[in-house]
Design a protein. Structure first.
Length: 319
């Protein structure tokens, strides 16, 4: 695995070379393996550890374990205790925000270049399934991002089995989080109940899912590039206003785009409460009239104007 992650960083994360890296270590197998790998590769690292006191003595023992680990390999160790007094269903989201806010504080304070977390392929699959249950778009179906601002996840291409094998082969010790065995949270339910069923259906489920996520990411990139190109050609932002740019024959295509966007998406009343009195509709119509090759207000529609303008005009003005 050491050779594989070296190759992965060289090919996809080469910007990490020579940088100062803040590694987030909980004490669990994933983050301890990440720390071991980075130390083996001689990166300049420091370790950040959060103690949310959710498991009382067990949480404190995790902190002592990570601190001792850092002392053994002579890397800086940063720890922060948090007390969360919020409803149980909100704990994970609140904890996530608190720890990432603190990681960025450390980044600025001690001049680290990047924050590294130990998320891996199985985590990404779980995120896909969580988003799927909650209703999502293509972004939500692409799993966890490998790079998100200053946060980098070098283990993302690797599955849990590879991490466990590496830890066992190198006699690495780690801490077990007893809460992972409970089904108190949606992620745990998916990990402990749903994923094993999917593996029973297909023994190569994890690798196949990895290919699916890769293809969705590639499709998402193509889609975003197409949208960005379309926006740059047809729209301009000026003084916080979005302007529609005229482009001769292409004007009708822009009109088609806006028509599809408005008519075939949510009803306008759900977009803005003001649409019920026609205010928003009139504003949109005015923008579209300006876009038309000939003004709808001053010139009756002719054959060279998209016939759907009439439909759109009625949709926007009818109360």
């Amino acid at each position: 695995m050491l050779d594989l992650i070296n190759k992965h960083i060289d090919n996809d994360l080469s910007f990490l070379h020579g940088k100062k890296l803040l590694v987030c270590v909980s004490g669990g197998i994933d983050s301890v393996v990440l720390l071991h790998l980075l130390n083996k590769m001689n990166y300049k690292i420091g370790v950040a550890h959060c103690n949310f006191k959710l498991r009382h003595k067990e949480s404190d023992d995790d902190s002592f374990f990570v601190e001792n680990l850092c002392n053994k390999i002579s890397v800086p160790f940063y720890i922060k205790d948090f007390n969360i007094n919020i409803p149980k269903h909100s704990v994970q989201m609140a904890a996530r925000k608190l720890r990432y806010d603190w990681f960025y504080e450390l980044l600025e304070l001690y001049k680290y270049d990047f924050i590294l977390t130990a998320h891996h392929l199985n985590d990404s699959i779980e995120t896909f399934l969580i988003n799927l249950t909650r209703s999502t778009g293509i972004d939500g179906l692409t799993g966890i991002k490998s790079i998100n601002n200053k946060v980098v996840r070098p283990l993302l291409p690797f599955n849990k089995s590879q991490i466990i094998d590496y830890a066992n082969d190198n006699n690495i010790k780690w801490r077990e989080d007893s809460s992972n065995l409970k089904d108190n949270y949606l992620r745990n339910k998916i990990r402990n109940k749903l994923v094993p069923i999917l593996r029973d259906i297909d023994s190569d489920f994890t690798n196949n899912f990895s290919k699916t996520i890769y293809r969705l990411n590639e499709s998402n990139l193509i889609l975003k590039e197409h949208i960005q190109n379309f926006k740059s050609v047809n729209f301009q932002t000026k003084n916080d206003e979005i302007l529609i740019l005229p482009h001769g024959e292409y004007e009708i295509n822009v009109a088609h785009y806006i028509y599809e966007l408005i008519v075939l998406s949510l009803p306008l009343k759900r977009v803005h409460p003001g649409v019920e009195d026609g205010t928003l509709g009139s504003d949109i119509l005015k923008k579209l009239e300006d876009l038309s090759p000939k003004s709808l207000k001053n010139n009756p529609p002719k054959d060279d104007i998209d016939p759907r303008w009439d439909t759109l005009k009625k949709l926007l003005t009818d109360k």
